[in-house]
Design a protein. Structure first.
Length: 272
């Protein structure tokens, strides 16, 4: 209960319908914290909430909100006004399209920036203030190796994830000595339903039930998140993303961009 005393009584998990988000919510509940689950699909959220309650006895609240829409953060804040939120997890942010920038309407890119940049700013600003006043709390912002350098088919996504990484790091510099732990969790390829769907559509795996080659397990991500919570500002999850970071640090940014472009082209079967 020491964890719950420091970070409870409520946590807010944005992007909680499946994959890493639902696993983070389940782990928080196991650690004695009630959870607010935020995502777009009410039916799926209800299933996650029911599972959490039956397994842990924790209270839950579900919020069906599309975080890519303007006003999303205000809706979340209003719906939790009666709760004492001591932990914020922001892991919404996958890009299901993986398409060239000019092949999609500009509104798609704007939605990514809204969901991946604006909303975490707004939620962190709101929930961190009472955390600082209490002298305790935690914030985890999920990033991606796509934010290390620019690459094809993820122009807005990669840029937004670079933002998330620096945002978490900067927030850590301001809050970690005020009792609020901040961690930017940088993921590489992770075995989530969204990735399985994408790779199946691209013909890279035979079935959406198949684990994508080289993908980290969700349980390993959750374990890393809680093991490194007090060791911010940044945690790179898994040997592949750690190796990629070392490679990026060893070459110029120009070469890093060329490397990513080549790697994406190879993965897509195009070559460059």
């Amino acid at each position: 209960m020491e964890f719950a005393a420091k970070y409870g009584p409520w946590a807010l998990v944005a992007g909680a319908s499946d994959g890493v988000g639902s696993a983070m919510a389940e782990e928080l509940a196991r650690r004695g914290i009630n959870v607010v689950l935020v995502a777009r699909r009410q039916e799926v959220l209800d299933e996650v909430a029911a599972g959490i309650t039956s397994q842990t006895g924790a209270q839950t609240r579900t919020l069906t909100i599309d975080l890519a829409l303007p006003g999303a953060a205000s809706a979340v804040i209003e719906a939790t006004a009666d709760l004492d939120v001591g932990f914020l997890v922001y892991c919404a942010g996958a890009d299901p399209r993986f398409a060239p920038f000019l092949a999609s309407p500009v509104e798609d890119a704007e939605s990514l920036v809204q969901r991946n940049c604006m909303v975490p700013i707004q939620l962190s600003h709101h929930y961190a203030q009472p955390m600082v006043e209490r002298g305790r709390g935690g914030i985890i912002i999920f990033g991606s190796g796509a934010g290390f350098a620019g690459g094809p088919n993820m122009v807005a996504y990669g840029a937004s994830k670079a933002f998330d990484m620096v945002f978490a790091e900067a927030l850590w510099t301001e809050l970690h000595d005020k009792g609020v732990d901040v961690l930017g969790l940088i993921l590489g390829k992770t075995d989530t339903p969204a990735l399985r769907k994408l790779e199946h559509e691209r013909g890279q795996i035979d079935s959406p039930d198949q684990t994508p080659p080289g993908a980290a397990a969700v349980d390993d991500v959750v374990t890393a998140a809680f093991a490194n919570l007090t060791d911010g500002p940044t945690c790179l999850v898994g040997p592949e993303i750690q190796a990629a970071a070392q490679l990026m640090a060893a070459v110029s940014r120009n070469d890093a961009v060329r490397f990513i472009a080549q790697a994406v082209g190879t993965a897509m079967g195009q070559g460059h």
